[in-house]
Design a protein around this ligand. Structure first.
Ligand SMILES: Cc1cc2nc3c(=O)[nH]c(=O)nc-3n(C[C@H](O)[C@H](O)[C@H](O)COP(=O)(O)OP(=O)(O)OC[C@H]3O[C@@H](n4cnc5c(N)ncnc54)[C@H](O)[C@@H]3O)c2cc1C
Length: 301
C-alpha cells in the first residue's frame, strides 16, 4: 500500500492514467533524475533561470497537453484540462523543486482568464502559444495594493481605434520575463466603478512592455513589469466589467488547489531523504533504519 501511495522516483509508474499522460509524467521524473540532485541544488543556489527545464517541457508538449482544454484542442485527444493529472504533475514538481512548479503554476494562472473568456481569437492564440512551448503569466498583483485588487492602478485609456492604451505597473508576477502571453488586470479611465475593470492579454516581448526586475532572489522569475501606453486591441480584451473581476477570483480559485498537491510532493521528498539517509548510515554495525524506534518514527511520519 505504502509503495503505491508514496512517490518514489525509481518505481513511479502511474498506470491509472492513459498512455500519453503516463509517458509524460514518467518523462518528467526522468528529466529531473538525469539532471541529478547535485545540479538541481547548484541551479537553486546560483538562481539559474529554468531555461533547460522549459526547453524539455516545450519539446515534450507537456504544458500544451496538460493545459489545453478539450474545447481548444482541435481534436487532439491527449489535450484536455484534467485535474487528476494536473495534481499528479504538481506532486512531481513539488518533489523536485518549487521553482519548477512555480513556472507551471503561474502558467495555469495566466491561462485562467483566457480559457474563461468569450474571446475566441485570444483562446486560439493561447492554444497556439502553448503548442509552441511558451509559458504564461498572471498580472494581477501590484506593489502598492497587494490583495486590494479593487484599487488597481493599471489604467486603460480609450484609443481612437476602439482599443485602449494601457499604462501602469505590476509586481510579483511570475514568468513576466518570458511569457508569450501575460493576462493583465486593469481598469478604464473613462468608466467609474466595477464596470471599468478589464482583463487583457499582453505580450512580454512587445516594446511597450518593460521588464523592471526579478523581485525575488531565486531561480523562479517573479517580475516587476511596467506598461507604457501599451496598445490593447479589441482582440486582446479577455473580460470587461464585473466579469473581469470574477475571472481574477475564479482563476485564483482554480490555481489554489495546486498548492495542496505540490505540498504533498515536498513532504514526500523530505520523507524520501530522511529514509535514504537513515538507511545508508551505519551505526553499531547496522543501518539506522534497523533500530525499532527509528522504524516506528518513520512509520508514524
Ligand atoms: C513568490 C510570490 C509569487 C507571486 N506571484 C504572483 C503572480 O504570478 N501574479 C500575481 O498577480 N500575484 C502574485 N503574487 C502576489 C500575491 O498575489 C500577493 O502577495 C497577494 O495579492 C497579497 O498581496 P501583498 O503580498 O501585497 O499583501 P497585502 O495586500 O499587503 O496584505 C497584507 C496582509 O493583509 C491582509 N489583507 C489585505 N487586505 C485585506 C482585507 N481587505 N481584509 C482582510 N485582510 C486583508 C492580507 O491577507 C495579508 O495577510 C505573488 C506573491 C509571491 C510572494
Amino acid at each position: 500500500m505504502a509503495d503505491a501511495l508514496l512517490f518514489h522516483p525509481h518505481t513511479y509508474d502511474p498506470t491509472h492514467f492513459d498512455p500519453e499522460t503516463r509517458r509524460l509524467l514518467r518523462a518528467t521524473v526522468d528529466w529531473f533524475e538525469s539532471r541529478g540532485k547535485r545540479r538541481l541544488i547548484q541551479d537553486y543556489r546560483e538562481r539559474a533561470w529554468l531555461a533547460d527545464f522549459l526547453e524539455f517541457a516545450g519539446k515534450e508538449g507537456l504544458f500544451a497537453i496538460f493545459l489545453t482544454p478539450a474545447a481548444a484542442a482541435e481534436g487532439q485527444p491527449d489535450k484536455r484540462w484534467d485535474t487528476a493529472r494536473i495534481a499528479a504533475l504538481n506532486e512531481i514538481f513539488g518533489f523536485y523543486g518549487l521553482d519548477y512548479w512555480y513556472a507551471w503554476q503561474v502558467t495555469i494562472l495566466g491561462l485562467g482568464p483566457v480559457w474563461q473568456s468569450e474571446n475566441a481569437a485570444a483562446r486560439e492564440r493561447a492554444a497556439e502559444l502553448l503548442s509552441q512551448g511558451e509559458v504564461f503569466a498572471f498580472g494581477l498583483s501590484e506593489k502598492a495594493h497587494g490583495a486590494d485588487i479593487y484599487s488597481t492602478d493599471m489604467l486603460l485609456e480609450p484609443a481612437p481605434d476602439g482599443g485602449f492604451l494601457a499604462s501602469g505597473s505590476k509586481y510579483y508576477i511570475g514568468n513576466g520575463n518570458a511569457a508569450g502571453l501575460v493576462s493583465v488586470f486593469g481598469r478604464r479611465t473613462d468608466v467609474e466603478g466595477p464596470e471599468g475593470y478589464v482583463f487583457f492579454a499582453a505580450d512580454s516581448r512587445h516594446p511597450a512592455y518593460h521588464l523592471v526586475k526579478n523581485v525575488v532572489d531565486s531561480s523562479k522569475y517573479v517580475s516587476e513589469f511596467r506598461l507604457d501606453a501599451y496598445p490593447v486591441a479589441a482582440d486582446d480584451v479577455l473580460h470587461t466589467g464585473r466579469a473581469a473581476f470574477d475571472a481574477a477570483l475564479n482563476t485564483v480559485n482554480v490555481g489554489k488547489f495546486n498548492l495542496c498537491t505540490a505540498s504533498i510532493g515536498i513532504c514526500e521528498h523530505a520523507m524520501y531523504e530522511a529514509v535514504t539517509h537513515a538507511h545508508q548510515r551505519i551505526l553499531y554495525g547496522r543501518p539506522v533504519t534497523a533500530f525499532p524506534h527509528v522504524r516506528r518514527e518513520l512509520t508514524d511520519a
